[in-house]
Design a protein around this ligand. Structure first.
Ligand SMILES: [Cu+2]
Length: 152
């Protein structure tokens, strides 16, 4: 009986400890997808949902993939004249419990300087780099060149 009580206490202390090294585990990447490219002369694009399951804000400060030399997060905005512009987001903050959607017409991953063509049916690994230095990797499937999402 005494042994069980001790073990329970130890477990309670373990789960109560601050998640110093586990911060990256609090961001979940869901529904990632991308489109096939024609060659490598134009940048590729990828979309996904970034979910902060933790109770503190998380800042995404960069991306890494061997598919592209300069992966970055862009925001698309359309002005009153209907002209769409893309701006580079240095950081994207995800509030606790919130989801940031990277989707066509809004935030997206721009894969600048493709190192190889993006081939439909293949996939690639993309890592989010958090402000604290942690990396969270996701496998991103490559859909057809005209795809509008996994539901197509
Ligand atoms: Cu872009």
């Amino acid at each position: 009986m005494k042994i069980i009580a001790t073990a329970t206490l130890a477990f309670a202390l373990l789960i109560a400890a601050p998640p110093v090294l586990a911060e990256g585990d609090e961001v979940v990447i869901e529904s990632a997808w991308s489109r096939a490219s024609i060659g490598t002369s134009r940048p590729g694009v990828a979309y996904m949902a970034l979910i902060n399951t933790g109770d503190a804000p998380v800042v995404v400060s960069g991306l890494r993939t061997d598919l592209a030399a300069m992966p970055m997060i862009h925001a698309s905005t359309t002005d009153a004249q209907g002209v769409t512009r893309m701006s580079h987001m240095e950081e994207v903050e995800i509030a606790p419990g919130e989801t940031v959607a990277l989707e066509p017409g809004g935030l997206h991953v721009m894969l600048m300087d493709l190192q190889r063509p993006m081939v439909e049916g293949e996939s690639f690994t993309l890592s989010l780099i958090l402000a604290g230095g942690e990396e969270i990797a996701a496998e991103v499937p490559i859909l057809g060149i005209a795809s509008r999402g996994p539901a197509d």
